[in-house]
Design a protein around this ligand. Structure first.
Ligand code: GTP
Ligand code: MG
Length: 437
């Protein structure tokens, strides 16, 4: 095995701040620290040291030394808490590089943690999501996956499959003697339960993705319906231009607010109407395109004119229809009505939006949830392999065919968490399964 590089990088944003952390990871980390500070701090003891390089003081800092395998990466590691000056961070990193380390690649510390089995792939991904989280609900979902809710479920299902595989394979080895290590009914029942569990995980994708990436909402409606006025009220600032002239908004204006615990990016668009103005027409095309791609469409109807054929409301049947200008006109009974100008009814609109986000998009609070395309693909592969295995079992196919699909399913779950597969099957056979010798 080749010797691991020692790597260095700032762990905090490079900006003026009270403190800044620099991480050094790899076999040389403690030696480099010793050469900069003249001492080798005790493991896991915050130690106040002066960093010097080539006769110059770099900073006065707190160093913590971790010894493998008890560190975030599982390697020998040093964390330096410096004063938060980008210049100091730069000089310290240059000194560490001069002493033999190299600058870390993006994500390399976490990658090392995965390679050392400190984290699995899902946990590594959830660290990135957690750092990107903009709302408490997003942070909660990332923390659950970092804690291993999804990984544990995937591992549990995978172990069930490996158990079935090992018994079917044992039956193959001993087929001449006529031993049966698992009945087909038992195998089928276990595989079916695994398939149902995997299906349940697969079904969380839309919500998991929506929760991590946030949602898009588009405000549509005819010119002067009050779209820009509503956007401004929702974001609490004069973000979009409002005038009494129809056709004011041309380009899309976007702002993100928290609704139902998720970041929702709201787009104010050009009013929909037939027009000969080229710029306005482009704006209207963009509005429609944005609405088709949006998670939520809020369709504003001016209560003083009501719905007309020009609205083309039928093109957006999922839209939440909201009557505006209730301060000057009455909306049809039972319809959600607001005045963006006075604020009447806007709370009710926000409650409705909150409900839509929670009921249609937010991730469930407790079940294992997948959040990205890589995870979706792995789970889908597993589900299709299990479907195939069930068909084979039902058709009375030989064990060896069933086993091929079960391996594919187990490997897909292994790919999800980053685990290895074939060796695990051996371990399952040898550790728990005594063949009587
Ligand atoms: N009385 C009343 N006037 C409103 C209300 N909402 C908007 N307006 C007025 O209606 C006019 C148009 O408002 P905007 O918010 O610019 O309408 P818009 O839908 O963005 O219009 P376009 O950008 O042209 O498509 C302005 O004069 C607003 O002050 C409301 O709830 N009540
Ligand atoms: Mg507007």
């Amino acid at each position: 095995m080749t010797e691991l590089d020692t790597i260095v990088a700032p762990a905090t944003a490079v900006a003026r701040s009270a403190l800044a952390i620099v991480r050094i990871d790899g076999p040389d980390s403690a030696n480099i620290l010793q050469r900069l500070a003249d001492i080798r701090p005790d493991e896991r003891q915050a130690t106040h040291i002066a960093l010097k390089h080539q006769g110059e003081v770099l900073d006065d800092c707190i160093a913590i030394r971790y010894a493998a395998p008890q560190s975030f990466t599982g390697n020998d590691m040093v964390e330096l808490t410096l004063h938060g000056s980008p210049l100091i961070v730069d000089r310290v990193i240059s000194a560490v590089v001069a002493l033999g380390a190299r600058i870390a690649e993006p994500g390399e510390f976490t990658e090392r943690a995965v390679l050392n089995g400190k984290l699995d792939l899902v946990q590594a991904e959830s660290i990135a999501d957690l750092i990107d989280a903009r709302t408490a609900v997003q942070a909660k979902l990332s923390l659950r996956n970092l804690d291993g809710v999804l990984s544990r479920k995937a591992t549990e299902i995978r172990e069930t499959l490996l158990h079935v595989i090992s018994r079917l394979e044992a039956a193959l080895d001993f087929s001449e003697e006529g031993y049966e290590f698992i009945t087909r009914d038992d195998a089928r029942a276990r595989v079916e339960r695994a398939r149902d569990d995997v299906r349940a995980i697969a079904s969380t994708f839309a919500r998991g993705r929506a929760t991590t990436s946030g949602l898009s909402a588009v405000i549509l409606g005819r010119p002067n319906a009050g779209k820009s006025t509503l956007l401004n009220r929702l974001v609490g600032s004069e973000r979009a231009i409002v005038t009494a002239q129809p056709g004011t908004t041309r380009d899309i204006v976007r702002e993100t607010i928290d609704i139902g615990g998720l970041p929702v990016t709201i787009a104010d668009t050009a009013g929909l109407r037939a027009t000969s103005d080229e710029v306005e027409e482009i704006g209207i095309a963009r509005a429609k395109e944005a609405a088709r791609a949006a998670d939520i469409v809020i369709f504003l109807v001016d209560a003083s004119t009501g719905v007309t054929a020009d609205d083309h409301l039928d093109e957006f049947h999922d839209a939440l229809v909201v009557y505006t200008k209730r301060d000057i006109a009455r909306a049809p009974a039972g319809q959600l009505a607001i005045s963006a100008k006075t604020g009447e009814g806007v709370d009710e609109l926000l409650r409705r939006l909150d409900l839509i986000v929670r009921e249609r998009f937010a991730a469930p609070e407790s079940s294992p949830t997948i959040v990205n395309e890589r995870q979706r693909a792995a789970v889908a592969e597993c589900e299709s392999a299990l479907d195939a295995a069930i068909v084979s079992l039902d058709e009375g196919a030989e064990e060896q065919y069933v086993v091929v699909d079960l391996y594919r399913a187990a490997n897909a779950l292994g790919a999800l968490t980053g685990a290895i597969t074939r060796e695990d099957v051996f371990r399952e056979i040898f550790s728990k399964f005594c063949i009587g010798k």
